[in-house]
Design a protein around this ligand. Structure first.
Ligand code: 1GP
Length: 244
């Protein structure tokens, strides 16, 4: 099971690296070359998803990726129509930093017929958008406000509420292409209060950012934009260098 990989990594202090592929941003890029880079990057998972992607695009893309890698493929959908049974698992997201019922329960209900037709492993995930210095796609599409970066208590309490509601992962998100990643203080405070794995993503653009997120308590770090802009970005990141 995919979730067990997250859990046992957390329990063993093993840090995990995820490359996020947004089907919307892959236009014109060679999938073969992209996946080849990922296969050699030390990444542990591939997440696929984006805020504005159409149904058939994800389905086709995931099939292609599957043929090119043995890494687990996890859906990170911006919308239920992106659900495809070709992947291994799905982050079943609730946007718990927001107050829009569409992304707290309605999308989830609409997802069920798709999930019923698939064998996807469903991983309940509390998704928390923190202000990363600019308006991001998630914010626009979900019509929700991120939590202000300095509101560490609110971020922490939201993460804990997400855990108490039964989520198995918490995803602290500054938004794709964020100017500022989630702060050290926020990651540390959330980590201290959680007993489930913590994913951190958004605006992580250097090896120093990555190591910093791990050091502060991220169990899993997601890299999207930095890899999209430079597919060599992860080449020098060796697995055992992850842990500080
Ligand atoms: C976005 O957390 C991911 O949902 C990755 O963000 O594209 O900024 O790396 P970046």
């Amino acid at each position: 099971m995919i979730y067990d990989l997250f859990l046992s990594a957390m329990n063993q202090g093993n840090k995990l690296l995820v490359v996020l592929l947004d089907p919307d941003k892959l236009d014109g890029k060679s999938i073969v070359e992209t996946i080849d880079h990922i296969n050699h990057s030390g990444a542990d998972f591939i997440f696929v998803g984006g805020s504005i992607v159409e149904e058939s695009v994800t389905d086709e893309l995931v099939s292609k990726i599957k043929a090119l890698t043995s890494l687990p493929i996890v859906l990170f959908p911006g919308n239920y129509i992106q659900i495809t049974s070709n992947a291994d698992a799905i982050l079943f997201l609730s946007l718990i930093s927001g107050r829009n019922p569409e992304y707290l329960i309605n999308q989830q209900v609409k997802a069920v017929p798709y999930l019923n037709k698939s064998e996807l492993e469903v991983i309940p995930t509390g998704y928390i958008l923190v202000d990363g210095g600019k308006e991001t796609a998630v914010q626009k599409v979900s019509e929700t406000k991120p939590i202000l970066a300095e509101n560490i208590d609110e971020i922490t309490q939201t993460a804990m509420a997400g855990m108490y509601m039964g989520n198995k992962l918490i995803y602290l998100e500054a938004g794709s292409g964020a100017l500022n990643p989630v702060s050290a203080a926020a990651i540390k405070s959330v980590k201290k209060n959680l007993n489930i794995p913590l994913i951190v993503g958004g605006g992580i653009r250097s090896k120093a950012d990555l190591l910093e997120a791990y050091k502060n308590g991220a169990d899993v770090v997601v890299i999207g934009t930095a890899f999209e802009e430079n597919s060599n970005f992860l080449d020098k990141i060796v697995k055992n260098e992850h842990i500080c």
